[in-house]
Design a protein around this ligand. Sequence first.
Ligand code: HEC
Length: 127
Amino acid sequence: MMGLATLLITSVASATEVFVLSASPSHMRALAASCAACHGTLGNAVVPNGGGNGVDKAKLLAGIDKTDFLTKMLAFKSGEREATVMHRHARGLNTQEIEGLATYFSAQTPRQPSALPSQVLNKNHAN
Ligand code: HEC
């Protein structure tokens, strides 16, 4: 326990280490996973731009232009860009994290949405 406390104090004390932590690949994957509920796994939303509610309007992030991502995220963070939810997400991230996510999502391959095909059910529910 003592060791852990010392470790924490040492890492917080060093600005360089804090930067490394905030930009590390595993930290980026963890942050990107927090976007997946609305923007899909690896930024591939299942229903990009469709539907009527806010969540359905969430866009595909996979393969997004890095500058476009940075501009939008910083505008969400400052409140300059109007948003239903994104201003909250952006405010929780620091600039290094936003830059790291820009690199992360721009490097992902966009895929075709793969919504399940509709099914025709028999009246007797046999199928
Ligand atoms: C609760 C759902 C939700 C989560 C979680 C979420 N977003 Fe969003 N995102 C949205 C919605 C909805 C919009 C449309 C703007 C708005 O109304 O907030 C959006 C818009 C965006 C846009 C602008 C897309 C464009 O081209 O206009 C970016 C970039 C973005 N989100 C990035 C992220 C990142 C990065 C995360 C994770 C840190 C994240 N979002 C988490 C719902 C979400």
